[in-house]
Design a protein around this ligand. Sequence first.
Ligand code: KG4
Ligand code: ZN
Length: 337
Amino acid sequence: MIILGIESSCDETGVALYDTEKGMLAAALHSQIDMHKLYGGVVPELASRDHIRRIIPLLDEVVEEAKISKKDIDAVAVTEGPGLAGALLVGTSVGYAIGMALNKPVIGVHHMEGHLFSCLLSGSKPDFPFVTLLVSGGHTQIMKVSAPGQYELLGETLDDAVGEAFDKTAQALGECYPGGPAVSRFAELGKSGVINLPRPLLHTDNLDFSFSGLKTAVMNTIRLAEDPNSPEFKHNLARAFVDSVTEVLVKKTIKALKKTGYKSLVVAGGVSANKQLREALTKACKKIGVKIFFPPLALCTDNGAMIAAAAAAHIKNMDHGEIDGFSIKPRWQLSGC
Ligand code: KG4
Ligand code: ZN
């Protein structure tokens, strides 16, 4: 079965064709980063307009790359939420229009469920049940996953998402949006322990996180620094930030694994591309005999293939009825969906 996956919830237009037997057939992506960079963050209206411009050419590109005809598409998967309302409307309108024109089912996918199933795109399949750590620009969650669609939230951020903290730290260090890769690069050059930052909620009993105070601590450290523009200072501060975030994420994830007794961990979302976090989680999981699964590096951030992969997990339950409208869900909880 060939599934067309469409992602347009934020600043990336992603379109992909995914074969439930053979895996990913073709993928195309347009990132709006260069456009939003000028403003220091995503401008929703510009995002929607750009999705409109890109989506059909990207669709034509994947169909050509996979050497299929549009008529060979068996189902359409589209991000229904959460995300920017205008941006979501572009992807869902196109997805449902294609479904209606081809008389094929359309499945609305939760964006974070897409991230969750992006690990299937690396070819390795975790056995259910497992624990997942979802870390992106908008979410930081630990969940118990019993089966596709059966999710129980164990803990989440009480304020900023970890990706947001990376972005704000990068901005404070004079780097462009999105800041995760820059902070990670700086941290590689810095020394641990030269600057100390707090480890928010590290010792609390629950599995919740908080990153907004850490961001403030970064700003205060910059304000009080003798030479905040020196590369050495910037590298050491990035190292301190990454050390703090990594320690908290690892500790709470391991706690969740011990609490559930599950033997597999799936880490996904844009921040799962982070080198230091990958290494620390891999080491910690090895120690307690837990198998760890990541998406391929290139598919950690938003893309269309992950949306198709998530739909594939639900394929048996897919509604093959007639399409009589569609909705978007800019705010949508994954647990209980
Ligand atoms: O999943 P994603 O593409 O979009 C959302 O669903 O939010 O995640 C984007 C986030 C951004 O905050 C970005 O800075 C972060 O992922 N990110 C990283 C890295 N690559 C992307 N954070 C840390 N290290 C990275 N290598
Ligand atoms: Zn995402």
